[in-house]
Design a protein around this ligand. Sequence first.
Ligand SMILES: [Ca+2]
Length: 292
Amino acid sequence: MNINNIIIDTDIGDDIDDIWAVVYALINPQFKVRAISVTSGNVDYKAKLVAKILKELNQTDVLIIKGKAILNGCNAQQRWLNDFTDYEGEITNEYNLAYQTLFNKYNDITIFELGPINDLANFIKSFNNKEKINLIMMGGAYKKGYLGEDKPEAEANLIYSYSAFNELIKSIKITLLPLDVCRSLIINKELYQELLKSKKKNIKLLLDNYHIWQSDYLGGAKKFNLLESTSVLFDIVVPLYYLYGNLFKVENLKIKSNEKGCLIEGEKEIKIATLVNENELMNRYVADLLRY
Ligand SMILES: [Ca+2]
């Protein structure tokens, strides 16, 4: 089995989908997550959240990197953190230095971008070996918007980082996974019952966070019935694309983001996934969660 070196850049802790992607990558033996960087919001809270996840999964060898706090988040999983302080792993504020060091150490790293790309783009701008960067990002909307919206609309990751994104796509290889291929990634009733029945610690961790988020979160995300399904798990599309890319249709298109975070015609061709076999993807996702 190939072991793939991964760094995850995430705005975990506001919307709930990040934790479903992060835990999946951590427990899947096909990945070796080397670091998790937290961005966009209350990065102290987010770093603590990642620390508790790593501790629960016995993976405190994964480096935690704090980005800049640029937005006010909603700290929706604070209650799960409780008063967690007992963490023996490494947490650094030196975002650029940490990424540089990881790229010096490992030859083949893939970056999973699960949030706005400002901090990562700032590092890449200063990085001399841009050809080493292989980046898969959840972001944008090509022909579809959020669930139920059949025309493209502004997507949150690009709203908060459109200028950094436009700069970045001129200089590196990027695969973009827009709302078109993740807006319907919900664990449906049948599969969800399998998770509810499971005794696995990893799954309990995910469900505990989901339940707390549903009860405490005051933001704009759509609420779902806790007994019947998850909410939309946008970010899981990134690790799933990496493993199961054959379930996606991928095109090379000249695009960029406008200042509202909508994709428009651009100058540089990038890889963008435009269709996916959602049912098969979710079957594999849940089967993997139950297996590992
Ligand atoms: Ca996210």
